[in-house]
Ligand binder design. Structure first.
Ligand code: ATP
Ligand code: MG
Length: 418
């Protein structure tokens, strides 16, 4: 036998036993985005490496160690599988000048790729749904993004998520803060781990995001950006909170919220659960007013978030959402050369009426076909033999309840299974 080919580690197949959960989720997502007026944008999965380096930032986990970057040997271009969606979305918006006339409410969804250590809730190919509002200065739109998340959790039956919000200020206040952080962390240089020491002078904010437990005490006592915050950012943050309070959205202020990407400013937020172990952040986002200009567009404000589909699905099921398995309405059992045409006709007729009909394929005895009908989960078996064809009727047999079978015309089948 030939050697078995396996999927790549950390990149999962989603089999039918699981994929109906995804379809349920996707249906809700579409409805949710539609009622808030967000429109879909679809960008390629591969982009020039430079796009991600420039937008996400050189001194970040993603760019330093998680990107799937390769050379397209046919023309020597350096390409990268997208590790996130914002950069591609902004690239497309700039390239096609979408902000020319008015701001845009957009969303994307699909697989993202990061070379991380695979574990529960962390994969190398994972899926995100991302929402980007481009051309709005906020903070009303910042609030809209958060409020729409809260509604989605309701629609998915998810409870107990904690909202953390923070602010990163503007570029000047971050520069001030950066200088203070470098000064502060330099006192503890000996105690920092390798990553943090390397980032001390390039990107000290990232030290705050370190997950190393040994550093938490030093991090907790570090200078807080809120003390260096510029007046406009302070007002922006205040108004955001006011809207959230008016809408009854609970939040905690987390002044250590940094986010793993460089492009954020002002508002940042995360939705976190304690029910999924270490991988507790299911949705994260914020404002990125500088990004559009940074990748070559005309300066425009923007704000967005991305959520991890795998983590949200796990949480939805954990919260007890009961997703019903899709089953056919009828399974059509038939036997004999002369009946097949009537069986086809019956199947297509029921499909025209919007029913889910499986027409048995592959022959076999009535008994074995009935077994398959039962295993399919169908509510009814339709049995078609010579007698039925003669009468132009079908025998309908309930499979999930104890009632008798009946021989009826096709129109009557519609009434019965409705
Ligand atoms: P983390 O701190 O868990 O590494 P992150 O800050 O790198 O997350 P983002 O880039 O903000 O994550 O992505 C948004 C969301 O996408 C995350 O909150 C999470 O739900 C999901 N996500 C990120 N990386 C992965 C992954 N490797 N596998 C599964 N989901 C992921
Ligand atoms: Mg990460």
């Amino acid at each position: 036998m030939a050697k078995v080919v396996r999927a790549i580690r950390g990149m999962n197949d989603i089999l039918p036993e699981e994929s109906f959960h995804w379809e349920f989720f996707e249906q809700i997502i579409r409805k949710w985005l539609a009622i808030y007026g967000y429109r879909n944008i679809r960008t390629p999965i591969v982009e020039q490496t430079d796009l991600f380096v420039r937008s996400i930032g050189e001194v970040t986990d993603i760019v330093e160690k998680e990107m799937y970057t390769f050379v397209d040997h046919l023309n020597n271009d350096s390409l990268t599988l997208r590790p996130e969606g914002t950069a591609s979305c902004v690239r497309a918006v700039v390239e096609h000048n979408l902000l020319y006339a008015s701001p845009q409410r957009l969303y994307y969804s699909g697989p993202m790729f990061r070379h991380e250590r695979p574990q529960k809730g962390r994969y190398r190919q994972f899926h995100q749904v991302g929402v980007e509002a481009l051309g709005f200065v906020g903070p009303d739109i910042d609030a809209e993004l958060i409020i729409m998340c809260a509604r989605l959790w309701q629609m998915l039956g998810i409870t107990g998520l904690r909202l953390e919000i923070g602010t990163l200020g503007n570029a000047e206040s971050r520069a001030l803060h950066r200088a203070r952080l470098i000064k502060y962390f330099m006192q503890y240089e000996e105690m920092l781990d390798e990553d943090s020491r390397r980032r001390l002078h390039t990107n000290p904010l990232r030290i705050l995001d370190s997950k190393n437990p040994k550093l938490q005490e030093i991090i907790n006592s570090a200078p807080k950006l809120i003390d260096d915050l510029d007046e406009e950012s302070r007002a922006h943050f205040e108004t955001l909170q006011q809207i959230l309070r008016n809408r009854g959205i609970d939040y905690e202020i987390n002044l250590r919220l940094v986010r793993g990407l460089d492009y954020y400013n002002r508002t940042v937020f995360e939705w976190v659960t304690d029910r999924l172990g270490a991988q507790g952040t299911v949705c994260a986002g914020g404002r990125y007013d500088g990004l559009i200009e940074q990748i070559g567009g005309k300066s425009a404000p923007a704000c967005g978030f991305a959520m991890g589909v795998e983590r949200l699905l796990a949480l939805m099921l954990e919260c007890g959402e009961d997703v019903s398995r899709p089953t056919p309405d009828v399974y059509i059992v038939h036997q004999g050369e002369t009946v097949i045409d009537f069986a086809w006709k019956t199947a297509e007729f029921l499909r025209n009426e919007g029913f889910k009909a499986i027409l048995h394929c592959g022959g076999g005895s009535f008994k074995s076909q009935m077994k398959k009908a039962d295993a399919s989960g169908a509510r009814y078996a339709l049995i078609i033999g010579d007698d039925e064809v003669l009468a132009q009727q079908v025998t309908i047999k309930p499979l999930r309840e104890n009632s008798n079978q009946a021989c009826v015309e096709l129109n009557a089948v519609v009434d019965i299974i409705k």
